[in-house]
Design a binder for this molecule. Structure first.
Ligand code: MN
Length: 736
């Protein structure tokens, strides 16, 4: 051996590992292994374990577990170095330079797993955490090293605080033992469970061990008798085998007692036997002999040779009843199956000389082919569990509260935000990953702790986000936001399309009898206001033809009714014509060659001097004056028989009289909007006769103004002033 190495107890421990490796991998580079040992020892030289021993004894012990599993050289080296990056100034680069990238990556993998903080969670979260660890590992050897690390820590847990003991035991029981089981590492799983039980239920553990101790002699006697009987029988029939007997592991007895509510004395099958033979046909041979020697318990025979378990486990299982009526389990398997049963996936990682493996796909091909032949119900679960590792289509990250969030590989903080809540996504202003500001397109890594910064005044998603987001969930929500936000645009387009269709049909919404009827029509189409309907038309959810048809009947009926009312009114005015109550009944309007004609300004379009106007001879007396652009005039074609009742009228001399007219003002809803309208009109010296406003959806508001003006020019000036009020989008006269 290298004389430069100090010969002490620790080096002895290391040399023991070398010996183990030499047995299964004599071609290993022992200089490199020794270098790793010296490097790790140097790095940890200032550190002590809780029990006072030099820290290096821990990585050494873990590496010994790895060597026992006959893993490759890189795994042993990585295990020796597994705590250097976390606990010493050594960096990933240092390791990569000295031992190669593969070792450095393995160490980094283990370090990352070490940083995952475990707190007890609900079952679903625990399962996600297991998957996360598998996914983070990327290389399955990382998980195996981590398990070896945990196994040694659990073996030496007695110096830790009671709190730490419980915490680690719970994590081991919930995370690492199931992972070991999933990877087929039965022996490791048992040990992890038993070690955890010591801290999780010390009394339960002690009860079982003391009961087992008190029966030790009897049980040993029993196991010996059975073993001898089996061995002799096998010899007599020429099956070469070795028979092992063992007490069942403590946690399995514990579980049986608790799940079946049994006393210890009621748990009969405390012993298990294992017959290891050379060939598969010997397995079935041996089984026949066992069933000949003892009575098999019905329903307890399982053939995991023809149908292996998803974790690759193969064996024949049977439970038989022995001489004193005590049942016991017998497992029969070949030596190769035995190795797989003990070490699972790790067994397939043992050094294979001359075989170079290229790429993960090939490495895991055997797992996949194995999985494809699985019929067990939990095969799907296992496949899923391994999938995150082998096929890497998921990424697992934490919220700052420690909740595990599962996203597709390639997911970004945007996906994360939307998976938390739509509003979190829509109000996202930035993201922190592991405490540092991250860009929106940062690709989330397993184990990242992601924090989303939001602001109530955030502008919402940008269009780029759709490209950055990976999950269809986030993409859908962003799309939805744009659909909703583009509402304004949709309303404009929808209204134009609707108005054109109305015009084509010579209809006008102004002829709706009242707001309530309008609302009722909208309700029939499941809209709560007209803008919703416009938006739906604009978005393509409703055709304008359908929408128009919904209003047609009401409008036609209303128009008829109003004509009748107008006629009645005109008639009444005709009777009182000799005592006109208002001088403006003929206000400056010249009707063809008729004199002293009764004049009435149509309320649908409220003409003012300067407007192009037309007159309509009512059925009673008098002429109703409309603006030439009034929809009622333009649409009058529908009532063909009335065409000849429209006559030309014009403005005559205009006095100082004022004319009542109206405006509709659309604006962004904000404080003081109505006040500003009133102020502007008052400054324009317009006499307001009515002003009311209401809120619309999507932060919009509308104001209805009625006022007295002298002329169209005056009205236009008011419109111009109103149009420049902040937030105002439209100022419109009615009737057009
Ligand atoms: Mn460690």
């Amino acid at each position: 051996m290298d004389t430069s190495m100090e010969k002490d107890a620790i080096t002895e421990q290391y040399l023991g590992i070398e010996e183990k490796i030499r047995k299964y991998n004599p071609g290993a580079n022992f200089e490199r292994l020794r270098d790793a040992y010296t490097f790790a020892r140097e790095a940890h030289k200032e550190q002590k374990r809780k029990d006072g021993s030099p820290y290096i004894t821990h990585p050494l012990a873990a590496a010994e577990i790895i060597a026992d599993m006959e893993l490759d050289e890189d795994s042993v080296i990585a295990c020796l170095l597994h705590d250097t990056v976390e606990d010493t100034p050594v960096t990933h680069e240092d390791i990569a330079k000295r031992f190669g990238r593969e070792v450095a990556d393995l160490v980094e993998g283990v370090t990352k797993l070490t940083r995952v903080v475990y707190t007890s969670k609900e079952e679903e979260q625990v399962e996600n955490l297991r998957k996360m660890l598998l996914a983070m590992a990327k290389d399955i050897r990382v998980i195996i090293i981590k398990i070896a690390d945990r196994l040694h820590n659990m073996r030496t847990m007695n110096y830790q605080s009671a709190e730490k003991q419980r915490e680690k035991a719970l994590e081991t029981m919930e995370i690492y033992a199931p992972i070991a089981h999933r990877l087929g590492m039965q022996r490791v799983k048992w040990e992890l469970e038993d070690l955890s039980l010591i801290y999780l239920d010390p009394l339960g553990y002690t009860e079982i061990t003391s009961q087992l101790d008190s029966r030790k002699e009897k049980l040993e006697q029993f196991m010996e008798t059975i073993s001898e009987t089996i061995t002799e029988r096998m010899k007599s029939v020429g099956v070469k085998c070795r028979v092992f007997s063992r007490l069942k592991h403590i946690y399995s007895i514990y579980r049986k007692m608790y799940s079946q509510n049994k006393e210890f004395s009621e748990v009969l099958d405390l012993c298990a036997f294992r017959i290891i033979v050379d060939t598969v046909s010997d397995c079935y041979n041996a089984l026949g002999q066992i069933h000949d020697l003892y009575s098999p318990m019905p329903g307890r025979f399982k053939d995991y040779i023809s149908t292996p378990k998803p974790n690759m486990y193969q064996s024949l299982h049977t439970t038989v009843v022995g001489v004193e009526g005590i049942p016991f389990e017998v497992q029969i398997r070949t030596w190769e199956m035995h190795r797989t049963a003990e070490y699972g996936v790790a067994a397939h990682w043992k050094y294979k000389q001359g075989i170079t493996e290229s790429g993960d796909e090939e490495k895991f091909a055997w797992i996949r082919s194995l999985l494809e032949t699985q019929q067990e119900t939990d095969a799907a679960d296992f496949l899923h569990g391994l999938k995150v590792d082998m096929f890497a289509d998921e990424v697992f990250v934490f919220t700052p509260q420690g909740k595990v969030i599962n996203l597709p590989t390639g997911a970004t903080p945007i996906d994360f935000a939307y998976s938390i809540h739509t509003e979190v996504g829509n109000h996202m202003t930035g993201a922190k990953v592991n405490g540092r500001i991250a860009t929106f397109d940062y690709i989330l890594q397993n184990g990242d702790i992601v924090e989303i910064m939001t602001s109530p005044s955030a502008n919402g998603p940008s269009r780029d986000w759709m490209k950055i987001a990976k999950s269809s969930q986030a993409k859908g929500k962003i799309k939805q936001w744009f659909k909703r936000e583009k509402r304004e645009e949709n309303i404009v387009h929808g209204k134009a399309s609707f108005d054109a269709e109305m015009k084509r049909n010579n209809l006008s919404l102004n002829d709706m009898p009242d707001g309530e009827t309008l609302l009722a029509c909208l309700k029939k189409m499941s809209f709560s206001n007209i803008d919703d309907m416009y938006a739906a038309i604009g978005y393509g959810g409703l055709t304008s033809v359908r929408a128009v048809n919904r209003f047609r009947e009401e409008i036609v009926r209303a128009v008829k009714q109003r004509r009748q009312e107008e006629a009645a009114q005109e008639a009444a005015q005709g009777i009182q014509s000799r005592a006109p109550k208002k001088p403006n009944s003929v206000k400056g309007v010249v009707v063809g060659d008729l004199d002293n004609c009764l004049i009435k300004f149509a309320r649908c379009c409220t003409p003012v001097p300067g407007d192009k106007i037309v007159g309509f001879i009512t059925k009673g007396f008098g002429v109703s004056v409309h603006r030439a652009e009034c929809q009622n005039y333009l649409n009058s074609g529908v009532h063909g028989d009335e065409d000849d009742r429209w006559i030309n009228v014009s403005w005559g001399d205009i006095g100082a009289e004022t004319y009542n007219t109206a405006l509709t003002i659309q604006a962004r809803n904000r404080d003081n909007f109505v006040l500003d309208v009133a102020t502007v009109l008052s400054a324009a010296k317009v006499k307001l006769t009515g002003l009311n406003a209401r809120e619309l959806e999507a932060g919009r508001a509308v104001a209805f103004v009625s006022m007295d003006v002298h002329s169209r020019a005056e009205l236009q000036a008011a419109i111009n002033r109103l149009s420049v009020i902040p937030g105002v989008s439209e100022v419109r006269r009615p009737g057009v």
